[in-house]
Ligand binder design. Structure first.
Ligand code: ADP
Ligand code: ASP
Ligand code: MG
Length: 424
């Protein structure tokens, strides 16, 4: 007997038929004698609709976010998951499975106070463990917890993955299965590159990079938690027949295992390609080249919760002035420009230039640590396709390249093939 946490994303619970199909996956594991807790997302499109409603409301003066009160945003957008949790509990009951739905506050899943992007601080798994031992399935609403102000707090978009892994850690589950609309983690987004291959395993560090660099298949924080708490996490499909052979395999279920790199026998140099759309580039021209300038630029941006990514600073010709270029998500650009104008006196630049509609394409692989020439092949391949590179950043296991948005798909496919990732 094992203890399993099963998470089902938005497309997997998109309508009543699919919710019944999810119930069959749960039934399979319960019938096999396992203790099961389930985490669900809202029906696909629901959270977007709820967010849209909030954004359609008039601006409130004095609100703690630019447009609205973030606590009310959470009260509204957390509702999608309440519906699917209740519906799945009923679907399970109709199959004679003892099931009960749980909202975040009932467990409770305690979070910090960052409404809209809260982090889970603690989960009391006692009651769920007690009920699992009695044969009851807990169906937990993902994406939400209880903030220190005693109000519902949501975990940021895609946060149900994090709910699932955090619950798996709290109840010491043997496995956490993330069921979605693809049957695993691929070498790149299979929607962009049909030649993408499914990976049998991917190392935590690589998955962390893939997720932070745009592969939305897992929320970044869920990968961090899985890595820290050593949660055995699989990404697999809810669309396969729940009773097909091998679906209930305890040790090797179909899908992709996120694991320690030592578990991967055949490590490729490059494991995957990720891309992030909607990047904006900001350049400050003729900034003073003296200590404290970077702090004067990036300090205020950080205080305004703007996520700055690729930073490029040139060495100045005469030691007095330089250019500083960096990227932010397009949605934050206007805010960033306002913040920078406000800091103009301390920073002392001539002009700000900006550009939106850029894409960051990244090549990821642990094998890069011990291989030279990986970046050079990317640059060559993009040059051959006439794609201009606007900025580059690298780490031990990734290379990120900023390009014009129009070339996103071409660049992803080109890099995918250059590193031999195409399906044979
Ligand atoms: P869910 O609603 O189940 O949480 P998401 O839409 O959040 O599902 O994540 C699944 C999607 O992630 C897939 O449909 C796929 O298009 C996208 N995706 C992006 N990169 C990858 C990748 N490398 N491997 C698999 N899926 C990926
Ligand atoms: N429903 C939430 C979202 O769309 C959480 C999730 O699906 O993981 O972001
Ligand atoms: Mg998701």
């Amino acid at each position: 007997m094992a203890r399993i946490v099963m998470k089902f994303g938005g497309t997997s619970v998109a309508d009543l038929d699919r919710i019944h199909n999810v119930a069959r996956h749960v039934k399979r594991e319960v019938t096999a004698g396992h203790e099961v807790a389930v985490v669900v997302s809202a029906m696909s499109g629901k959270t977007n609709e709820l967010v849209g409603w909030v954004q359609g409301m008039p601006k409130v003066t004095g609100a703690n976010s630019p447009f609205y009160d973030a606590r009310e945003y959470d009260a509204i957008v957390a509702s999608g998951e309440l519906v699917t949790a209740g519906l799945l509990a009923i679907a399970l009951q109709s199959m004679d499975i003892n099931a009960r739905s749980w909202q975040g506050w009932q467990i409770p899943i305690k979070t910090d106070s960052a409404h809209g992007a809260a982090r889970i601080l603690d989960i009391d798994g006692t009651e769920i463990i007690r009920r699992m031992a009695e044969g009851q399935v807990a169906v937990v609403a993902g994406f939400q917890g209880l903030g220190p102000d005693n109000r519902v707090a949501t975990l940021g978009r895609g946060g149900s993955d994090t709910s699932a892994v955090a619950i798996a850690a709290a109840v010491k589950a043997d496995r956490c299965d993330i069921y979605t609309d693809v049957d695993g983690v691929y070498t790149t987004d299979p929607r962009i590159e049909p030649k993408a291959r499914r990976l049998k395993k991917i190392a935590f560090e690589e998955m962390l990079e893939m997720a932070s660099l745009g592969a939305k298949v897992l929320q970044v924080r869920s990968v961090e938690l899985a890595m820290v708490h050593k949660v055995r996490t699989f990404v697999r499909s809810s669309f396969e027949d729940p009773d097909a052979p091998g679906m209930g395999d305890l040790l090797n279920p179909p899908g992709t295992l996120i694991c320690d790199e030592d578990e991967i026998v055949e490590q490729e140099v490059v494991t995957g390609i990720a891309y992030a759309k909607d990047e904006a580039q900001i350049s400050l021209r003729r900034v003073a080249d003296r200590p404290g300038v970077s702090a004067a630029i990036f300090g205020p941006l950080a205080e305004s919760h703007i996520n700055v990514d690729m930073i490029v600073q040139n060495i100045s010709e005469d030691g007095s002035k330089t250019d500083m270029t960096f990227t932010v998500p397009s949605g934050d650009m206007e805010k960033a420009l306002r913040v920078l104008e406000g800091a103009k006196e301390q920073v002392g630049f001539d002009v700000i230039q900006h550009e939106t509609g850029l894409v960051k394409v990244s090549v990821i692989g642990i094998g890069m640590r011990s291989h030279a020439g990986v970046a050079a092949s990317a640059f060559r391949a993009l040059a051959d396709k006439g794609i201009n590179i606007k900025a580059i950043t690298t780490s031990e296991i990734k290379i990120s390249i900023l390009i014009d948005g129009a070339y996103a798909e071409l660049a992803v496919r080109t890099l995918h093939s250059v590193y031999g990732l195409d399906k044979k």
